[in-house]
Write a protein that binds this ligand. Structure first.
Ligand code: F6R
Length: 609
């Protein structure tokens, strides 16, 4: 997500942290800022837009300092403006902080601070955190102690970095679910949110663990835990080259992003499930609107359209709420019939897809309520929708969408539960859903462990002339997304169908080398899928079945069986099945020497109709 940099030592700290931010640019951001000590005050310079904008201001009058912290922000709370950019000061401008992640309880904390006459210049949760730390930073209290006390009041996922006017040679940082790496130099020390920022300066790093607090001076680094107990420093030597480091050591962004999905599951729900087990989706329509809506139209393209199909499946099965899903490019010219009480939901990773934007404008002309499910804050779709829920998946760089898809589907799950909560829909066990959603990070991590098995399958089938992706119910929708991945990055022709449709025509394409991947994660319709598998087998087709861990039947039926963990909900089981499908596409493409992150003829953001 956002980038963090910090340096203390003899070099010009302003130049060092600026360079470090540049090395994190590939992660995407929409504003940047820097804080350094200048005589008797902390100077903060920050600008919306690209780093070059910040660079212009900094280089117009060169600055020199021995300590600086810097940040590139990817907006979450509050739009991408100069004011919302980091660093932020505390009340008395004695400290400056930068922050990655989300402080879930910032509104409560802000209310309390406002009641004590604190004033805020931004809409960010970060500025609230700065004031909370500032409040603990009373005379005689070391900065690390103030930070240690303050973070006990913060809920959420964050990495925070703090500098102070009264302790000019010290940087304090704390990690809670958002990555922070410390770099050990000779007579200098530094930190960053990601290893690539540090590599030109040092290869000895300390990867901070949960709830650790680090204190950096130019002479040394100390680590303490949440109780203030001193911890041993265990450096790791990094020998990746700089390019590989940008991809976190992975060969491709796509594989990195596939592997980020457990973390994304945590990010999507951050701040959205409260301690009482209620779903909170801030800033969306009031209850009366949800009670009035009679129909939902989901409008999107490509992968986002496939996420929309999952949304439809859940809205209809759990809420009995009639839902249609449209390709944006068809919606606009299809003269759609729209009920005045309907809701149009626009799903988009980039938030800039022109087909979707045009469809959104049509809905607005027709005075239909619009809701965005968007990854990029500040993007056109997020600005133009009446309301937007951000997917919080972090920047997605690979052209083929992976983590944005799982995040979009999870937002649909949260939204469906939210509507169920408002409408008190009978039979929807919100508590059970929340507990299963809370396990999705671990379960996705389990699915990722299947990679060696999937790599072998990719090896065996990399030359297949055609691959079918089949399933029933939610599995059929996930099959469509699996198929899109294989065709777009490995250039292998695919056919995707609900499994029961095979006998109505597509079966004619099955020959000996044709592979069929069946999703069979729903125990209620598994026997029907087995019949469909047999139809393909009888024509000599090769079968890979994805099923859940407890299923023994499939071992007797399919040539290859991939077992994923089971949840209480078929919807979530089906979603987990996308991980082996993404990995399969990735490994087939890799073995075939394809340009995985930038497949031929495709672009990440499609801003033409
Ligand atoms: C496929 C893919 C595309 C996008 C589609 C919509 O991997 O990335 O199909 O999903 O172009 O893009 P967004 O979500 O940015 O509107």
């Amino acid at each position: 997500m956002c980038g963090i940099a910090g340096y203390v030592g003899p070099k010009n700290a302003v130049d060092v942290v600026f360079d470090q931010l540049k090395r994190l640019e590939y992660r995407g951001y929409d504003s940047a800022g820097i804080a350094y000590l200048d005589g008797g005050s902390i100077q903060v310079t920050k600008k919306a837009g690209k780093l070059s904008e910040l660079g212009k201001v900094l280089h117009d009058s060169p600055k020199h300092a021995e300590l600086a912290i810097a940040h590139s922000r990817w907006a979450t709370h509050g739009g991408p403006t100069d004011e919302n950019a980091h660093p932020h000061y505390d009340r008395f401008e004695r400290i400056a902080i930068i922050h990655n992640g989300i402080i879930e309880n910032y509104l409560e904390l802000k209310q309390d601070l406002v009641a004590h006459s604190h004033k805020f210049s931004s809409q960010t949760d970060t500025e609230v955190a700065a004031h909370v730390i500032g409040r603990e930073y009373t005379d005689g209290v070391p900065l690390e102690e103030a930070v240690r006390k303050a973070v006990k009041k913060l809920r959420g996922a964050y990495a925070l970095v703090v500098m102070s006017l009264s302790e000019p040679g010290k940087i304090v940082c704390v990690r809670n679910s958002s990555p922070l790496v410390l770099g050990i130099g000779i007579g200098e020390n530094m930190l960053a949110s990601d290893i690539p920022a540090l590599l030109p300066y040092t290869r000895e790093v300390v990867i901070m663990e949960e709830n650790q607090i680090a204190i950096l001076t130019k002479e040394r680094i100390r680590l303490i835990d949440g109780d203030g107990k001193e911890l041993a420093i265990e450096p790791t030597h990094i020998d990746w080259d700089i390019d590989a480091a940008e991809r976190g050591g992975y060969e491709h962004f796509m594989r990195k992003e596939i592997h980020e999905q457990p973390q994304v599951m945590r990010q999507v729900t951050t701040g959205r499930i409260d301690e009482k087990g209620k779903i909170r989706l801030e800033g969306i329509f009031g209850d009366h609107v949800w009670n009035e809506i009679d129909r939902v139209n989901i409008i999107a393209c490509g992968t986002a359209y496939h996420a929309g199909l999952m949304g439809k499946h859940l809205f209809e099965s759990a809420l009995r709420l009639p839902t249609d899903v449209y390709f944006s490019s068809e919606f606009r010219y299809g003269d759609p019939v729209l009920s005045p009480k309907s809701l149009a939901i626009f799903v988009s990773q980039s938030g800039e897809t022109l087909d979707s934007l045009a469809a959104l404008r049509l809905c607005k002309q027709r005075r239909i309520r619009t809701l965005g499910i968007v990854n990029v804050v500040g993007s056109a779709i997020s600005r133009e929708c009446d309301r937007t829920i951000f997917t919080q998946a972090g920047p997605e760089i690979s052209v083929a969408s992976t983590k944005a898809y799982t995040a979009q589907v999870m937002v649909f799950a949260l939204l469906a539960l939210y509507i169920a909560q408002v409408q008190e829909v009978p039979g929807v066990r919100i508590d059970e859903w929340i507990s299963e959603i809370g396990r999705m990070d671990e379960l996705m991590a389990e699915c990722l462990k299947l990679e060696p098995q999937i790599e072998k399958l990719a090896e065996e089938y990399k030359d297949m002339p055609l691959c079918f992706f089949l399933g029933r119910g939610a599995d059929a929708f996930v099959a469509m997304e699996g198929a899109l991945k294989l065709k777009e990055i490995a250039y292998i022709p695919t056919q995707e169908y609900p499994a029961g449709e095979m006998k109505h025509g597509p079966l004619a394409l099955v020959t000996e080398n044709v592979v069929s991947i069946f999703g069979a994660t729903d125990p209620n319709i598994r026997d029907k899928v087995v019949s469909n598998i047999k139809e393909v087998q009888a024509r000599g087709g090769r079968i890979i079945a994805i099923t859940t861990s407890e299923d023994e039947l499939m071992d007797q039926v399919a040539e290859h069986v991939i077992k994923i963990p089971k949840t209480k909900f078929e919807f979530l089981n089906a979603l987990l099945a996308i991980i082996p499908l993404q990995l399969f596409a990735y490994h087939v493409a890799k073995l075939n020497g394809c340009d995985i992150d930038q497949p031929r003829n495709l672009a990440k953001s499609v801003t033409v109709e």
